[in-house]
Ligand binder design. Structure first.
Ligand code: F6P
Length: 369
């Protein structure tokens, strides 16, 4: 059912885009109070793909019990299911078509009064467009990248940062034994939050992020300077989207079926090679990849995800639609979904985390900070 409705009786829930730790905690946070208030919950399978194809599963109490600490999502996710940008294979070719009418039809066919869309900017964008067509939607902000402006934090980010910090701790010991430079590549797409926070927590000597293009010579200078001071190893934490001042981001692959066709990756290998070639120091690189997205959420993310989920179902029951739950300071509040998608949150050089890093001697590969 869309538009004006009586009492909310049945809701749909989906997880869209790349998965992250804490999705199940949100599903649980939404479903338990929903069931307690007599609502039925339909889990839509594989994000918007399930909404387009009409694939769903009833979520009963037994399904959402015991999932707080489990990684991934019990209802599946996809970043290829945008109803407004649906990739259809015609004669071996990918043709992009609009499936929004079918999507609305499935939603109504299931007898849903509202949809809770858990996802990042791509998911919230689609939710906003469906809301324009009359669907009652409430968003929950998810992404390890932490790049949504409307919320102070997205759940999943803390868990990813934990993985980066732990990896840097491990790299420190082996770097120190072998007197090597170690380069770690973190995810984050066009935002440097994971590399910045992970690098700060893991004591990186150099942090390279997309928002602060770096100068190759400054990177070489920093590792040589450390070497001359008797510190025979260096740790570099580089975001997958980082780029040199005179260069571009390193693209690993493209896939026309995705909402964002670009897959980033490969900068750590380039950084490691250039450090070896230009300083003579032995260098190794590690790409953390999807380890940052898998596994159990940190306690912080479990709490945040539970707060988001329980808040989102409250919004639905109060019929406050076209909103997204957002963290503002210590409080969860409702913001318009429109606001949530209007700006990407990127690292500013004035950010306290950047300034704190500089104060403890971290180089961002530039003089201009
Ligand atoms: O947006 C989350 C994220 O993990 C990014 O940090 C990364 O660039 C991308 O998704 C990877 O996507 P995929 O899992 O499709 O390779």
């Amino acid at each position: 059912m869309t538009g004006k409705i009586g009492k909310v009786k049945r809701i749909g829930i989906l997880t869209g885009g790349g998965d992250c730790p804490g999705l199940n905690a949100v599903i649980r946070g939404v479903s338990k109070p929903a069931h307690d208030n007599g609502l039925s919950v339909l889990g839509i399978i594989d994000g918007f793909e399930g909404l387009v194809k009409g694939k769903g599963m009833e979520l009963y109490n037994k399904d959402v019990s015991g999932i707080l600490a489990s990684g991934g999502t019990i209802i599946g996710s996809s970043n290829k299911g945008d109803p407004f940008h649906w990739p259809e294979e015609v004669g071996g070719q990918i043709k992009i078509v609009d499936k929004s009418v079918e999507t609305m039809r499935n939603f109504e066919g299931w007898g849903l009064d509202a949809l809770i869309a858990i996802g990042g900017d791509g998911t919230q964008n689609i939710a906003y467009k469906l809301a324009q067509m009359g669907m009652n939607v409430v968003g929950v902000p998810k992404t390890i990248d932490n790049d949504l402006e409307a919320t102070d934090l997205t759940f999943g980010h803390d868990s990813a940062v934990f993985v980066v910090a732990e990896a840097l701790d491990r790299l420190h010991t082996t770097a120190s034994s072998h007197h090597r430079v170690m380069v770690l590549e973190a995810m984050g797409r066009y935002a440097g939050w994971i590399a910045l926070h992970g690098g700060l927590a893991g004591g990186a000597d150099i942090i390279l992020i997309p928002e602060i293009p770096f100068d190759w010579n400054m990177v070489y200078e920093k590792v040589i300077q450390r070497n001359m001071m008797g510190k025979k190893f260096s740790i570099v934490c580089v975001a997958e989207g980082a780029k040199p001042k005179d260069g571009e981001m390193v693209v690993k692959a493209t896939d026309a079926k995705r909402t964002d066709p670009i897959q980033l990756g490969g900068i750590a290998e380039l950084v490691a090679k250039n450090i070896t070639d230009n300083t003579g120091l032995e260098t190794r690189y590690t790409v953390l990849g999807h380890l940052q997205r898998g596994g159990s959420p940190t306690p912080f993310d479990r709490i945040l995800a539970t707060k988001f989920g329980t808040y989102a179902i409250q919004l639905v029951m109060k019929k406050k639609f076209n909103k997204m739950a957002a963290l503002k300071g210590n409080e969860i509040r409702a913001v318009d979904i429109e606001e949530a998608i209007s700006h990407q949150k990127l690292v500013k050089p004035t950010d306290q985390a950047v300034q704190a890093a500089i104060a403890v001697g971290v180089s961002f590969g530039t003089k201009e900070l």
